[in-house]
Design a protein around this ligand. Structure first.
Ligand code: NDP
Length: 267
């Protein structure tokens, strides 16, 4: 039976480190958060981020902008926050209304204030192994892997999902640890080769958003399984991996909820 890789205890440990670092600063750091229009999902994130930030001694400066704001006006607002020396970090809440292209506007956040690590300059630094600000979910996955004490050098690591916020940057971070990284995506599934790749994974990371995509019987005996997926099935939240069957084969597995999620906000 696999050992559970829970995010909460790790998040608490990291929060203690941040708290002590923040308390040694002369001035309280300020995180500016921008929400555009009304959205229940974004409001839930804001609530959780505010609570976390304030608990760490970070000021959470919330800005709610009109649903129909133009891209240009939003960019001007971001530029005002860039120029404001009292603001240390900027975060834009998702989802955004259809007239706003996140990829475009996120490029206007100063790279050193880009707490989500999604500015092309920050993503680019991952390629050079010099990133200081990492996208939060890949950073959370690396923390979970690190907590197992398993050395990734030469390990067969399979990442399922190649999104810009999870799979792609994560694959580069793993490569930097000298893992042998295979990245699977819709083309892999389309070619009927997903099972074949998953079966050889000593470390399996899944970030797709499809409940039950990874069959428990595909999981290699003794593997580390990190399930990033979040899916609502009836009144339950589940990941992308069939948990009960996978748990019997893996050495370590993240629960969903309670695995990657609690660490993401902290990172
Ligand atoms: P995206 O939808 O952006 O990416 C999903 C990826 O899965 C794409 O690369 C897609 O490929 C690939 N994919 C889709 N279907 C298949 C398939 N049948 N076989 C193999 N690959 C497939 O999602 P995100 O990366 O943003 O998020 C992924 C999941 O992780 C979601 O459930 C999300 O809710 C969750 N998540 C959880 C977080 C946490 O903190 N726990 C944080 C962020 C996300 P293609 O693009 O080619 O179709």
């Amino acid at each position: 039976m696999a050992k559970l890789l829970e995010g909460k205890p790790l998040a608490e440990k990291i929060k203690e480190e941040i708290k002590s670092e923040v308390s040694s600063l002369k001035k309280k750091p300020v995180l500016a958060s921008i929400q555009v229009g009304d959205n229940a999902g974004a409001e839930a994130y804001v609530k959780s981020q505010k609570k976390t930030a304030e608990g760490l001694g970070i000021e959470y400066q919330f800005h709610k902008l009109n649903q129909d704001i133009s891209e240009m006006s939003l960019i001007e607002f971001i530029q005002k926050l860039n120029a404001d020396k009292s603001v240390n970090g900027i975060i834009i809440q998702m989802p955004l209304p259809s007239q706003i292209d996140y990829k475009k506007i996120s490029q206007f956040i100063l790279p050193e204030k880009d707490v989500e690590g999604m500015h092309p300059a920050n993503i680019g630094k991952i390629v050079f192994g010099k990133a200081k600000i990492l996208p939060c979910t890949p950073a959370a996955v690396m923390e979970l892997l690190n907590s197992t004490g398993v050395n990734l050098y030469g390990k067969e690591v399979v990442v399922v999902g190649h999104s810009e916020i999870v799979g792609k940057p994560l694959s580069l971070l793993l490569l930097d640890k000298f893992a042998t990284v295979t990245i699977c995506h819709i083309g892999t599934s389309g070619a009927g080769k997903l099972e074949e790749h998953v079966r050889k994974a000593e470390v399996l990371i899944v970030a797709v958003g499809k409940a039950g995509l990874i069959k428990g019987e595909w999981v290699k005996e003794g593997a580390i399984v990190i399930d990033v997926g979040i899916n609502r099935v009836g009144d339950k939240i589940v990941g992308d991996v069939e948990f009960e069957a996978a748990e019997k084969r893996a050495a370590y597995i993240t629960p969903v909820p309670g695995g990657v999620g609690p660490l993401t906000v902290t990172m």
